[in-house]
Design a protein around this ligand. Structure first.
Ligand code: PLP
Length: 291
């Protein structure tokens, strides 16, 4: 079955959905995006994703292409036309189309693309074994809090992980502190069972899954501390795990050549993953769309 995309007012099969060659998203990566998980045709954490999209647009002075209510109508329609029961919705907004020059007019009309993809989170088999991650210097720009479509350092990092059969690359700064991973946030659990993750700042993307896991963990009575940690702290941690929209909660059992604890997925990660899956299943199909 051909996927149906929305692009600037039209619903088209993906192969016919065309972007102007002078779209600034294409020429300058001048745009932002969101990825929203869909379960049973219902978005997970929709309000938080739309809030982050709105913030990313504001930070870059890109006007919203339409009201959030109209965008919601389009997203529902893309889900409907694709019969998307489980997968992701990808939303991309670029500054729009103009003859190529670095400066831009404030009057530009942004381009909006919404696509659907059938995909499942990592299998139980992978989760049961846990994954390996690679460490990589964080060579990204200083505004990682903006969900920009400019992702070259992220894709280079991800590919270098995949090339050595690792699941993710974890970024560290020149001072040795770990920021996040190429497409997920990073957590450790220390010896006294405190969950630690980098605080939200310009250094990391404030993950929507990160925020939900913080809430679920608090509700479950975990001790939590939002502060930065080093690769060395990861090596000696009781547990390491990743969170993200498509990753859910993924236990990490190896960081470079260092085995984490006994080399098996940690119980906090597995428990939080179960709670997260339950949270997704419990999403109310009507309330889910509230922004
Ligand atoms: N950090 C980066 C760099 C990401 O690209 C992502 C997701 O794409 C995340 C963290 C996790 O964010 P979320 O939980 O909103 O998917």
């Amino acid at each position: 079955m051909s996927h149906i995309a929305y692009i600037n007012g039209l619903y088209e099969p993906n192969k016919n959905a065309l972007i102007n060659i002078e779209d600034r998203g294409l020429q300058f990566s001048d745009g932002v995006y969101e990825v929203i998980y869909v379960w049973n045709e219902t978005p997970v954490d929709y309000g938080a994703h739309i809030e982050r999209l709105s913030r990313s647009l504001n930070e870059l002075n890109i006007p919203a292409p339409m009201s959030w209510r109209s965008l919601t109508v389009i997203i529902k329609e893309v889900i409907r036309r694709n019969y998307l029961r489980q997968g992701i919705i990808y939303i991309q907004i670029s500054r729009g189309v103009a003859s190529r020059t670095h400066g831009y007019s404030r009057e530009m009309e942004p381009s909006l693309v919404v696509t659907a993809k059938f995909t499942a989170p990592p299998s139980e088999e992978i989760v049961k074994k846990g994954v390996k991650v690679l460490s990589t210097p964080d060579i990204r720009w200083a505004r990682r809090d903006i969900k920009s479509i400019s992702l070259l350092p992220n894709i280079i990092a991800k590919q270098s992980a995949l090339d050595v059969k690792a699941f993710e690359s974890v970024f560290y700064k020149s001072d040795g502190s770990v920021t996040e991973a190429s497409a997920s946030n990073v957590w450790i659990v220390d010896k006294d069972k405190t969950l630690i993750t980098h605080p939200t700042s310009r250094d990391i993307l404030g993950g929507v899954t990160r925020a939900t896991i913080l809430k679920l963990a608090r509700d479950a009575g975990y001790r939590i501390s939002e502060h930065s940690f080093t690769l060395q702290n990861m090596h000696v941690a009781d547990e390491v795990f990743l969170t993200g929209t498509t990753t859910f909660v993924m236990p990490v059992v190896q960081v470079d050549k260092h085995t984490i604890a006994n080399g098996y997925p940690g119980e906090c990660a597995l428990e939080l993953r179960d709670r997260y899956i339950q949270y997704i299943k419990d999403v109310d199909p009507v309330m889910a769309w509230n922004v």
